[in-house]
Design a protein. Structure first.
Ligand SMILES: *Cc1c(COP(=O)(O)O)cnc(C)c1O
Length: 420
């Protein structure tokens, strides 16, 4: 531990909540260097939807490396990239009637968001992006400008502008009609809102507190974008790759975004990889106009291809995630009822779930008590008011129940010291 404190920057974060040194990781479990197991309901913030070191994905990776296949190739053509693209087309795009082109913008989610924002601005010739309260899109300047969190924004050191923030679903009183404010601004030539290039939205806000946009709200947003010729960007970096059940979080709403960002679980193995997908007619990039040294990281494409083949060749994986999600929601509902004095309530969709507390500090305490009992979960929301569950989608029902048992104990311990 001393090594990290001496050498690693103060910027380090998660390790402060989990002050152990991790080493091995298999499926839904990680082990610290003393061999103590932890059930992982964090899953790399949604980068490990198929668990740690999934054996089939690992085999494909090891074979690729053992055979001296090309690892780094910028955006030169490679067999691994061709297989990934063909598999993505066959398994993901075609069955969903999506005619997207695929950009490899660089390895991180923020690269995918930056590319999406740049492309929307270039295509429309406009600069303003509409974002939503409590949205999270990454830490680079463009992505940070459309991110809500004031602490993270404060780190920018320069103005973050060309953004207009609107209320996310259910942000207001629930009686104000959806999009009243946005429509009013768009209709009023004196409103001061420059016509936006695009709207960027998460169907379920991950970092912002597991806030779920209803299918109806997403459809209305999509219609509004079409009506005013504004591009719709869905940031599916955390909620895509099956986190809410379907491969894309927006499928349930039946909408087709103009641009989609994917990262976190797209490699399936926790390897860095990101994609920006967009409608064919939006492909106005000049060659090399957006690039990145690590945009052709072939090992990630190899495991990404294998993950699509193994988990997405039919609907069964999505169905199992939805069923597990309902089970988790029901058990969280019991916890919420037990702690209603503290304003506890359940949020989420699929296997992105949260137990939110109106009373300050409780969710953080639940996460700390869970860690002490061998369960990793993080908090989310502007005040860390939500204990957030992102278990691997491959977690068994027994593992889910074991984690929820720990969480129930942790919640009882957390409220014991608090006064409602
Ligand atoms: C994690 C995340 C990002 C940023 O991805 P990085 O790899 O951390 O840059 C962007 N959008 C959403 C919705 C995310 O969850």
């Amino acid at each position: 531990m001393e090594t990290f404190q001496r050498l690693e920057s103060e910027v380090r974060g998660y390790c402060r909540n989990w002050p152990v040194v991790f080493d091995r990781a298999v499926g839904s479990h990680v082990y610290d260097e003393t061999g103590k197991p932890y059930l992982d309901f964090f899953a790399g913030a949604g980068s490990l939807n198929y668990g740690h070191n999934n054996p089939e994905l690992k085999t494909s990776l090891i074979e690729y490396l053992t055979d001296d296949r090309i690892v780094h190739s910028l955006d030169a053509y490679s067999v691994a990239k061709r297989e990934f693209l063909e598999t993505f087309e066959q398994i993901v795009l075609k069955p969903r009637g999506l005619d997207y082109k695929v950009q490899f913008p660089g390895p991180a989610g923020n690269n995918a968001v930056e590319a999406a924002l740049k492309l929307a601005r270039k295509y429309t010739g406009r600069s303003t992006i509409v974002n939503f309260t409590n949205g999270f899109h990454g830490m680079t300047l463009g992505a940070l400008a459309v991110t809500g969190n004031s602490m993270k924004r404060g780190g920018a050191g320069v103005p973050l502008d060309h953004v207009a923030t609107m209320p996310f679903d259910n942000y207001l009183d629930g009686r104000t009609p959806d999009f009243l404010w946005l429509r009013s601004l768009l209709d009023d030539s004196g409103s001061g809102l420059d016509k936006p290039a695009a709207v960027i939205v998460e169907a379920v806000q991950g970092e912002g507190g597991i806030n779920v946009a209803s299918a109806q709200w997403l459809r209305e947003l999509s219609d509004l974008c079409r009506e005013y010729e504004i591009l719709l960007i869905v940031d599916d970096i955390q909620m895509g790759c099956g986190r809410t059940g379907d491969f894309f979080s927006f499928e349930e709403a039946g909408i087709t975004p103009d641009i989609v960002t994917l990262s976190k679980s797209i490699s399936g193995y926790g390897l860095p990889m990101a994609l920006t997908l967009f409608k064919r007619e939006l492909d106005v990039w000049e060659p090399g106009e957006h690039n990145g040294t690590f945009r052709g990281f072939n090992p990630a494409m190899v495991t990404g291809t294998e993950a699509l083949r193994r988990f997405w060749s039919d609907d069964s994986f999505a169905a199992s995630t939805k069923a597990k999600g309902d089970m988790v929601a029901a058990r969280l509902g019991e916890m919420a009822a037990e702690h209603s004095d503290f304003g506890a309530h359940v949020r989420g969709r699929g296997l992105a779930r949260g137990l939110a507390f109106e009373q300050d500090g409780i969710a953080k305490k639940v996460a700390a008590e869970s860690f002490d009992r061998g369960l990793l979960l993080e908090t989310s929301g502007p005040e860390d008011e939500v204990a957030k569950l992102l278990p691997p989608l491959t977690a068994t029902e027994e593992e889910l129940n074991a984690g929820l048992d720990i969480m129930a104990d942790a919640a009882r311990a957390a409220v014991k010291v608090a006064q409602p």
